[in-house]
Structures are given as structure tokens and as C-alpha cells.
Design a protein around this ligand. Structure first.
Ligand SMILES: Cc1ncc(COP(=O)(O)O)c(C=O)c1O
Length: 388
């Protein structure tokens, strides 16, 4: 029989998350793998969605998102970053950041184009680039100590990755899985190259409110970048509601038209009552963000210091809810083997990152822990890891 799956999507198999979750369940391991909270989102957001269901908001929403939500987002961007996005023409609600990425990449790349991305990357990037018929070109973010004290890339590698076929640069800051927050200087370099080569930057900012060191700078706030940036974010991480899959795109009108051209045929519109719930979330003020950050800062400290005590080389994250940790002291030189060993012998599941690189050899020496978990979960994992 002929293979049924297209060449564009063949080779991606099941995601590493599915595989690790299966192994973790079989071993009944404590799961610090997949990046979703094991606690619930805020009551005021859930109540707003329940009220919307009760009030009969059960039909298709406006294709680009309900206006109360795009208006609330417009106010949020003005408050948080002094940015002005038109709620009618420049903000689009999608089914999570994942759909936004797929729509943006699909809408902005032709077959044969090239996309520059930073490895390690969130795994949907590569699939979306391939599905668009484009080719990914990687710039490697090197582990602390290789190029700089923190995670860093080589500017020359970025320059070399750009060709006359390049259409997009995919950026993710705060960065999953390393926890790196790109500095203003790094963003400026990316912006300078985007302007010089007339590229669009697709900027995935889903961890924008989880920054412990430095500050989150949306690249579209840099001079000359508003007109060439597609800014993507979502509700999932900031409001601990990953299952709602409410995301959004902020982009100037021509890029918004492009993203909507794809979005209208992928999902057309996003779950209506959940968009109403999202209005309540997005209207939450700075006090909500401060409380969220304080809780995550405490979890980060708990897990990072516990992992150090267990013998890991911990790279304390500047942002996100992930910790990258080297395992040189455990006698393994392969991330996948080490993760299988951890699950089988310690009962703790984490993510091997080599699959998040175009060249897996660049990511064999460390693993990713998620700390979007209750203290009990973190402590249970640490107790197992610290056993001699
Ligand atoms: C960098 C990054 N982008 C996007 C997403 C997905 O966001 P959403 O759940 O809103 O689709 C994730 C989820 O882990 C992520 O880590």
C-alpha cells in the first residue's frame, strides 16, 4: 500500500510529549515533563465562561474573535507595553498559540521559502514550517558556558542562516525549553537583520508574564519592527488554563489579513464562551500578574535548589516555567537514555530535548523539568531524585 501520510508530515511521528507521558503513566512516575499546571486556573475566569454558556453564547464567534476580547487585549497591550493595536483590524483570536503559529507560518511562507528558527524550539514550529512546504534553518542557542555565561547564540550563525529565500524569523522569548529571556541587544540584532533583509518576525511570547531576571521586551516595540512583526501569545500559561486553547495574534493590518486568510479555513472561529471567559482574564490587572510571578518564583527556587542538591547542573531560568539541567554527574551521555533511566529507576518523568533541535547532537547533555506543579508534586519528585 502507498504511505497515507504526506511527505510534509512524515517523520514527525508522535510527539516526545506523548511518548514520555505514556512511559510516565506506565511507571506511575511523578510527571515533570509536559508543561501544563497540575492545578486549576482562577475562579473568576472560569465563572465568566460558565456565565457565558448560561447566557447562550453558544454559536460561532466572529471569525477574528469577539470584539470584547480583542478590545480587552488592546487595553492590555497599551497598559503593559505602551503598544497600540486596533481591536478590529490588528488583533485575531485563535485556538491557542499553536493555531496562531500554524496560521502565520502557513500564510506567510510559500513552497521553497526558508524560515530561520532558534534551536531548541517548541516542537510545533518545525512541523508548521514543513507543512507550509518551507525549509527550516537553525541557529543554535548554546548552553551556558559555551559562548557566554548564559544561554547564547552566535550572531554570525544567525547572519549565515539568512539567505535570499528567507521569509521569516521565528522567535520565542521567554524561551521554551531553555528558560532564556532574549536581551534587548539580541532582539536589536534580530530586528536589524529582519529590516536589512525585509523579513517578517513571528514572535511567540506565551511566557511573557513569567520573567524572573531581566524584562520581557516584545520585539515589535523596537523601531521599525511594528510593521514586520506577528506577535503571538495565549491564555494558557498566564492563566493556568492550557486546555482552553485561547490564543491571539497582534499584527499590522496587512499581516493580520494574511493570518486571518489561514485562520478562517483552519478553525474559522474559536470557542465562543471561552472567549468570554478570556475577557475576564485579560482584564485582570497588574496585581494578578504580580501574584502569579511570586508563586512561580517560589516554585522555581524550590525545584532548582532541590535539583542542585540531587546532583544536577542547574541552569536557573530567566523566564518560563521550565528548568534545563545537565546530568553529567549521572554517568549518561544521551538525554533519551537518561530520561528512560530516570523514569524506570527514580519514578520521575522529564523531557529529553534533543528532538527540539534540527541536529539532535546539539542537545544530548541536559533535560527539561517543568515546575508548573503543586509544591506536593515538586517535593515528591525531589524526594525520589535525592534518594542515594
Ligand atoms: C513556546 C510555546 N509556544 C506555544 C505553546 C502552545 O500554546 P497554546 O497552548 O496556547 O497553543 C507552548 C506550549 O507549551 C509553548 O511552550
Amino acid at each position: 500500500m502507498r504511505p497515507r501520510l504526506t511527505r510534509r508530515l512524515a517523520g514527525f511521528g508522535t510527539s516526545v510529549f506523548t511518548e514520555i507521558t505514556r512511559l510516565a503513566n506506565e511507571a506511575q512516575a511523578v510527571n515533570l515533563g509536559q508543561g501544563f499546571p497540575d492545578f486549576d486556573g482562577p475562579a473568576f475566569v472560569k465563572e465568566a465562561a460558565v456565565a457565558a454558556i448560561g447566557a447562550g453564547h453558544g454559536q460561532y464567534a466572529r471569525m477574528a474573535g469577539i470584539l470584547p476580547l480583542t478590545r480587552a487585549l488592546s487595553a492590555k497591550y497599551r497598559r503593559d507595553y505602551a503598544m497600540d493595536w486596533n481591536p478590529d483590524t490588528e488583533i485575531t483570536i485563535t485556538s491557542g498559540a499553536t493555531e496562531a503559529l500554524w496560521a502565520a507560518i502557513g500564510a506567510l511562507c510559500d513552497v521553497g521559502d526558508e524560515v530561520v528558527l532558534f534551536e531548541p524550539f517548541y516542537d510545533s514550529y518545525r512541523a508548521a514550517v514543513h507543512a507550509a512546504g518551507a525549509t527550516p534553518r537553525a541557529v543554535t542557542i548554546r548552553a551556558p558556558g559555551q559562548l557566554a555565561p548564559g544561554w547564547a547564540f552566535d550572531p554570525d550563525q544567525l547572519r549565515r542562516a539568512i539567505s535570499d529565500r528567507t521569509r521569516l524569523i521565528l522567535l520565542n522569548s521567554p524561551h521554551n525549553p531553555t528558560g532564556k529571556v532574549f536581551t534587548r541587544a539580541e532582539l536589536q540584532l534580530i530586528a536589524d537583520l529582519a529590516i536589512e533583509h525585509d523579513l517578517v518576525v513571528v514572535s511567540d511570547e506565551v511566557y511573557e508574564h513569567l520573567v524572573y531576571e531581566g524584562a520581557h521586551v516584545p520585539i515589535s516595540t523596537l523601531p521599525g519592527m511594528r510593521e514586520r512583526t506577528v506577535t503571538i501569545s495565549s491564555l494558557g500559561k498566564t492563566f493556568s488554563l492550557t486546555g482552553w486553547k485561547i490564543g491571539w495574534v497582534c499584527a499590522p493590518p496587512d499581516l493580520s489579513v494574511a493570518v486571518r486568510a489561514a485562520h478562517q479555513f483552519i478553525t474559522f472561529a474559536t470557542a465562543t464562551p471561552l472567549q468570554w471567559g478570556a475577557v475576564a482574564a485579560v482584564e485582570a490587572g497588574p496585581a494578578y500578574y504580580a501574584e502569579l510571578l511570586a508563586q512561580y518564583r517560589a516554585r522555581r527556587h524550590r525545584l532548582a535548589s532541590g535539583l542542585e542538591a540531587a546532583g544536577f547542573d542547574v541552569y536557573w531560568p530567566e523566564g518560563t516555567y521550565f528548568i534545563a539541567a545537565g546530568f553529567s554527574r549521572f554517568g549518561f551521555d544521551d538525554d533519551l537514555q537518561f530520561v528512560r533511566h530516570l523514569i524506570a529507576t527514580r519514578g520521575v518523568a522529564v523531557i529529553p530535548p534533543s528532538g527540539f533541535y534540527l541536529n539532535p547532537e546539539h542537545g544530548r547533555t541536559w533535560v527539561r523539568f517543568a515546575f508548573c506543579k503543586r509544591n506536593e508534586t515538586l517535593d515528591a519528585a525531589l524526594e525520589l531524585l535525592q534518594q542515594a
